[in-house]
Ligand binder design. Structure first.
Ligand SMILES: *[C@@H]1O[C@H](CO)[C@@H](O)[C@H](O)[C@H]1NC(C)=O
Ligand SMILES: *[C@@H]1O[C@H](CO)[C@@H](O)[C@H](O)[C@H]1NC(C)=O
Ligand SMILES: *[C@@H]1O[C@H](CO)[C@@H](O)[C@H](O)[C@H]1NC(C)=O
Ligand SMILES: *[C@@H]1O[C@H](CO)[C@@H](O)[C@H](O)[C@H]1NC(C)=O
Ligand SMILES: *[C@@H]1O[C@H](CO)[C@@H](O)[C@H](O)[C@H]1NC(C)=O
Ligand SMILES: *[C@@H]1O[C@H](CO)[C@@H](O)[C@H](O)[C@H]1NC(C)=O
Length: 739
């Protein structure tokens, strides 16, 4: 062992450590401390992003050479996943989980990115997933991203600090400004100009300051890890008071959004043709550069996300883009404008081909803009829009709305369609990336896309699935039933061939109860289950439970426990549909007592589901609430504000249910409390109407649900804060009962 370290150390000091690669040495120190001296990184000249991994000497150590820092990170990842059999997950880093000696590379491991950009983040993930994260939580995800080879992540934390300084400099008072930003989990939509103001009280100054400090750390870490942060810019959305201070400025209301009252929407838009726009842009970008350094020339800027332009005139649209871009270039001569292409999906009636051509045509050249083809796996637009008229664009996997948790995916599509797009005649595709709205489960469908970005041929799904589960449970000699369980999932839930199911599946117990319209829905919040539960979900859970009985060491693996809870969750969620269907048919033909009896199984499933979820720390409402409250220290007023915002996000999505149930979650404490009380109320209401021979009314149910939501959102969580019960024992009980 001494000899091993000595030689590696010598190798380490004889090679000059490139300053740009220090972040990777720090990553190794952080994630593989006992092997910190075993890795050598060095950068060579070369095109694109490529790496070679070799043995440093016959006595040990690993050398990664690369053309970019991102490629070196990816090289390290390929060695760790392919040769060592370990990985880093959303549930934690297991990179140090292997025996003392590093396996040899034995030859050479090479790789080359097939696209220059690997992107990560949907703008709304900063509301649905990361909003309350501490830097420790960020650190895990940033390592996850860097190792997988992502090089242009969105860096959207702490935007308000700079923006509000810009407004202050422009002469607005704190009062005029404070009515503008939304509550923490709703900020993405404020940045998009959809809504303004914060319910439950104005956004506290402490939040704005703390997030700014957090962003400095995030940006610095991204840079150290070879990623170019995609930074915010001034978009044009302003507090209405700006118009009072600048009566001649061209400021008009944007479009109203959702079912919100007038105080919340529309916001106001300062038109880019007005010289004030350019002044505020200069102010914004200068302040941002002063805060974070000269670290990026890529800016995220969206003006029309679910927000239509005031005019459809093509000259007008051309000028908006031209002036917006000119404002960026005036302050950063290398500025690249990154925009989401979601508007071309969500507002396709407005965005005709001519209008899109005019708008994009306002920006000169092809490389000065990057468009995210946000929903490429289900609703691509690049193909109908002539590859965005030659502008650079990124093939993105959206897959998840609001962090909804149903198992779903299409591995086949993810391993073939990006290559088709890249190889299509005249393609200007320059990247691949992930744009899920929330990060909850289904990790394999995200891993495979980021891995496909480094392979010019389609990954072989069965080989991939096998290696993936081996490193997930870090064991290459798993019981055969584990492989079988995952091949069943990869061929069913993750091989969705029903084009009408386009994203994670929503469970019907997460939506407002009704006697109709819940089951079998398609579209982007589909509830249709496109596989047979008994032969897929139930079967794979049974197989994994069998593996856990055969090899008890699996029960110590956090990802194994996560998976059996997640699959149990899907099993019970699907069984709920059967129970619900029975309740509906009973209601149409039977007595009040029969209805009461038919309602009970629904409530039992929710209680059972809560008890399985409660055994795993990743499925706790307590975690979401604790993360939120942590930002308040011991200021109870502030903590209550954050908790209220956290609760409304996952339930009513607005003070009065404006976007009700959009970001629903299946977490212990939410299922066994919130959803249970809603279904209790609903089943009691059904019994009551039967008994009183009253007619059933959806409007009454809806009103009851909003009332339940408003009172639940005002509660303060009283625990339990920690996991309850044993995972494996609880899962086995669920198998007996529901499989
Ligand atoms: C990888 O090795 C090949 C030769 O085997 C060489 O041509 C290439 O430049 C190397 N790339 C890097 C990044 O070291
Ligand atoms: C910022 O960085 C870019 C790219 O590294 C460089 O071209 C530019 O000159 C720098 N700008 C300033 C003001 O230092
Ligand atoms: C994937 O690899 C397996 C062998 O590991 C092979 O049997 C199968 O045909 C391959 N599938 C495809 C689509 O190439
Ligand atoms: C699935 O299994 C359940 C429970 O064993 C059973 O009641 C049901 O009939 C099965 N459904 C199908 C479609 O086979
Ligand atoms: C506690 O938070 C509230 C709301 O953000 C704030 O107004 C108040 O000043 C804070 N109190 C203390 C003691 O910091
Ligand atoms: C349902 O909830 C509403 C609102 O809280 C309440 O007024 C009503 O009494 C409840 N109905 C039943 C049957 O529990």
């Amino acid at each position: 062992m001494f000899v091993h370290f000595f030689v590696v150390l010598v190798a380490g000091v004889t090679l000059v450590r490139c300053a740009d690669l220090q972040g990777l040495y720090a990553l190794v120190q952080r994630r593989l401390p006992s092997h910190a001296l075993s890795f050598v990184f060095h950068q060579v000249d070369g095109e694109g992003d490529s790496f070679n991994v070799t043995d440093t000497s016959i006595l040990g150590g690993v050398t990664v050479s690369c053309t970019t820092t991102s490629a070196c990170a990816r090289g390290l990842y390929v060695y760790l996943t392919d040769r060592v059999g370990v990985d880093i997950w959303w549930t934690g880093s297991r990179l140090d989980n292997f025996p003392l000696f590093l396996p040899r590379v034995g030859g050479i491991l090479s790789g080359k990115a097939i696209v220059p950009y690997r992107y990560h983040f949907n703008a709304v993930t900063f509301g649905y997933t990361t909003v309350f994260w501490s830097f420790d939580q960020w650190e895990l995800l940033l390592d996850w991203l860097a190792l997988r080879g992502v090089n242009i992540p969105l860096a959207w934390v702490g935007y308000e600090y700079t923006l509000l300084e810009v407004f202050r400099d422009a002469g607005l008072s704190d009062d005029e400004i404070s009515s503008f930003p939304s509550g923490p989990p709703f900020l993405p939509w404020n940045r998009y100009g959809n809504i303004q103001g914060s319910w439950g009280g104005p956004l506290p100054a402490q939040w704005i300051n703390d997030q700014f400090e957090l962003q400095k750390k995030i940006v610095q870490r991204m840079v150290e890890l070879g990623m170019t942060p995609v930074l915010p810019a001034f978009t044009g959305f302003v507090p209405s008071a700006l118009a009072t201070h600048y009566p001649d400025a061209d400021i008009t209301p944007a479009s109203p959004w959702g079912a919100f009252p007038r105080s919340v929407t529309p916001t106001h838009f300062l038109h880019p043709s007005d010289p004030l726009f350019s002044t505020l842009q200069k102010s914004f970008i200068s302040k941002q550069k002063a805060a974070y350094g000269n670290v990026s020339n890529i800016y995220t800027l969206d003006q029309y996300n679910e927000n239509d332009p005031t005019s459809g005139d093509t000259t007008y649209l051309h000028n908006v883009a031209a002036n917006t871009f000119a404002s960026l270039r005036a302050v950063d001569p290398q500025a690249i404008w990154l925009m989401s292409g979601w508007l071309f999906v969500s507002s396709h009636a407005f965005w005709t081909l001519d209008r899109i051509r005019a708008y994009l045509g306002g920006v000169p050249g092809t490389d000065s803009m990057i468009i995210l083809d946000l929903y490429s796996e289900s609703n691509p637009r690049w193909d109908r829009l002539q590859s965005y008229f030659g502008k650079s664009w990124v093939w993105c996997e959206l897959h998840d709305f609001g962090g909804n948790m149903g198992m779903e995916g299409n591995l086949q599509q993810l391993t073939t369609q990006p290559l088709v797009a890249l190889g299509s005649p005249g393609s200007s595709m320059k990247g691949m990336g992930l744009t899920m709205e929330g990060q909850e489960g289904n990790e394999i469908v995200y891993d495979i896309l980021l891995d496909q970005a480094w392979s010019s041929t389609s990954l072989n799904i069965s080989d991939y699935g096998r290696k993936w589960v081996e490193r997930r449970y870090h064991n290459s000699g798993l019981p055969p039933s584990v492989y079988e369980a995952w091949s069943v999932l990869d061929a069913s839930a993750y091989n969705n061939q029903n084009a009408a199911i386009q994203a994670t599946i929503k469970s019907i117990f997460e939506v407002v109860p009704s006697l109709s319209g819940l089951v079998g829905k398609t579209g982007h919040h589909g509830t249709l289950i496109p596989y047979d539960t008994n032969t897929t979900i139930a079967r794979s859970l049974r197989l994994l439970a069998q593996a856990g009985t055969e090899d008890r060491s699996l029960l110590n693996i956090p990802e194994f426990n996560y998976d059996i809870v997640d699959i149990s969750r899907q099993l019970l969620a699907n069984r709920f549909i059967d129970a619900y269907n029975k309740l509906v048919s009973t209601y149409s033909s039977s007595s009040a007592d029969a209805v009461a009896a038919a309602g009970q199984p629904l409530l039992d499933i929710l209680k059972d589901l809560d008890s399985v979820l409660a055994t795993n720390e990743n499925f706790l409402l307590a975690k979401w609430i604790r993360d939120a409250r942590n930002w308040a220290g011991n200021n109870e007023t502030y903590a209550a504000y954050l908790e209220y915002n956290a609760r409304t996000q996952i339930t009513l999505w607005g003070p009065n249910g404006e976007v009700n149930d959009y970001a629903s979650k299946q977490w212990a404490g939410l299922v066994g409390d919130y959803y249970l009380s809603r279904w209790q109320n609903f089943t009691s209401y059904l019994v009551e109407t039967k008994r009183n021979r009253a007619s059933y009314s959806d409007a009454i149910v809806k009103r009851n649900m909003i009332a339940i939501g408003q009172s639940w959102d005002r509660e303060i969580f009283a625990g339990p804060w920690e996991v309850q019960g044993d995972t494996f024992a609880t899962v086995q009980m669920m198998l007996l009962k529901y499989a």
